[in-house]
Design a binder for this molecule. Structure first.
Ligand code: KIV
Ligand code: ZN
Length: 388
């Protein structure tokens, strides 16, 4: 099958990296429900869990593999035979199984986590891939802490695991350490220097410790990666993972990048709310794409420009991400144009002078009340002839 060079595969790890967050644990039925929604969203790969980590996680991977058939179902392992055996067993009902195995690649991890050497770790990486490949065709290898790894060593590791049969090579910025140009250059280096790199897809897996997960993921894609790993709402360890909705909407908004995904973006808002509720993790109001204020216009200058032409202040249409609609929020910073918009909506088209009077009374009210609702507006209209 010919591979579309501009297609970006979306790998969702909400149920694995996302679910590791304290307080976000889910039951198996909840995970199945989310997995079904991720399938409807159009993700290509669902990382369903880490089967060796607990009997509950093992069972969740089994049940998700039975319930969801379109995406590839992936299970995480360390570079241990026991972990790989558990993953193979848990994936036995998956139509398209993938094993995601790997090991640390930075000197920090090699020395202080594994008390080992670069040579030994390289051997363990290759052994793990070869072992997993005996049971499953699709093997993704992760080079943990690649963001801080020596690039020559990382290239050697990536080359060796592709030689051992890895179909996808994941270059995680595990600690969210890299700057976008550093991370992009790493991916470019691998693309240009690893023998047989085109036999595998390069995947980006970024964490958000410095708020750069999305920027780093996009830099990786611009430099040759073709799989992006992340979670809905950016949920994940510490400051979280890359938000899938952000990367997908960046690719859609910046078509000049020439990259595309298979995601039904209209499902983002509803799925974001569902995951927030089930994982007991509120979405910050100013969160890009899915925050409650993402399409709310509140200052007079913005409202005026928006009402003249929404594209003045809207680079994404709310309906494209399933957001109910843009809102014009009335505050003491709002102008007459916004007030008129709401009064017209309520069926009160006022003349210039009446509007000016109501506007003055509205400002007095808005200075003392955070939330101006339709009842307030109707009351202002009803009392417009009464001096306040
Ligand atoms: O952040 C990371 O390095 C990971 C790996 C296990 C893929 O989550
Ligand atoms: Zn991670």
């Amino acid at each position: 099958m010919l591979h579309d060079p501009n297609r970006v595969y979306v790998f969702d790890t909400t149920l694995r990296d996302g679910e590791q967050v304290p307080g976000c644990q889910l039951t198996t039925p909840e995970k199945i429900e989310i997995a079904r929604e991720l399938e409807a969203l159009g993700v290509d790969i669902i990382e369903a869990g880490f089967p060796a980590s607990s009997p509950g996680d093992f069972q969740s991977v089994v049940e998700i593999a039975k319930a969801v058939t379109n995406p590839t179902i992936c299970a995480l392992t360390r570079a241990h035979k026991g972990d790989i055996d558990a993953a193979v067993e848990a994936l036995k009902y998956a139509k398209r199984p993938r094993i995601h195995t790997g090991i640390g690649s930075s000197d920090m991890h090699i020395k202080t986590k594994f008390n080992s050497t670069r040579e030994e770790i390289l051997e363990r990486a290759v052994e793990a891939v070869k072992y997993a490949k005996k049971s499953v065709e699709d093997i993704e290898f992760y080079a943990e802490d690649a963001g801080r790894a020596d690039i020559e060593y990382l290239a050697k590791m990536v080359e060796a695991v592709i030689g051992a049969g890895a179909t996808v090579v994941n270059i995680p910025d595990t600690n969210g350490y890299c700057l976008p140009d550093q991370y992009g250059s790493k991916i470019r280096f691998l693309k240009e220097n690893v023998k047989n790199i085109d036999k595998a897809i390069i995947s980006v897996h970024c964490h958000n410790d410095l708020g750069l997960a999305t920027a780093n993921s996009v830099a990786g894609l611009q430099n040759g990666a073709r799989q992006i790993e992340g979670t809905i709402n950016g949920i994940g360890e510490r400051a979280g993972n890359t938000s899938i909705e952000e990367v997908v909407m960046i690719l859609k908004t910046h078509q000049s990048l020439g990259l595309h995904t298979n995601i039904n973006t209209q499902s983002f808002y509803e799925l974001s709310r569902m995951i927030s509720t089930q994982m007991r993790m509120p979405v910050q109001p100013n969160k890009a794409i899915v925050g409650s204020n993402a399409f709310a216009h509140s200052s007079g200058i913005h409202q005026d420009g928006f009402l003249k032409n929404r594209e003045n202040y809207e680079i994404i249409r709310p309906e494209d991400v399933g957001f109910p609609s843009a809102t014009i929020v009335l505050t003491a910073r709002s102008g007459r144009h916004a007030l008129k918009y709401h009064l017209d909506r309520l069926g009160h088209t006022l003349g210039k002078e009446e509007l000016a009077t109501v506007y003055q009374n509205f400002l007095k009210l808005a200075d003392n009340k955070l939330d101006i609702d339709d009842t307030d507006l109707l009351s202002l209209v009803a009392h417009r002839l009464v001096k306040q």
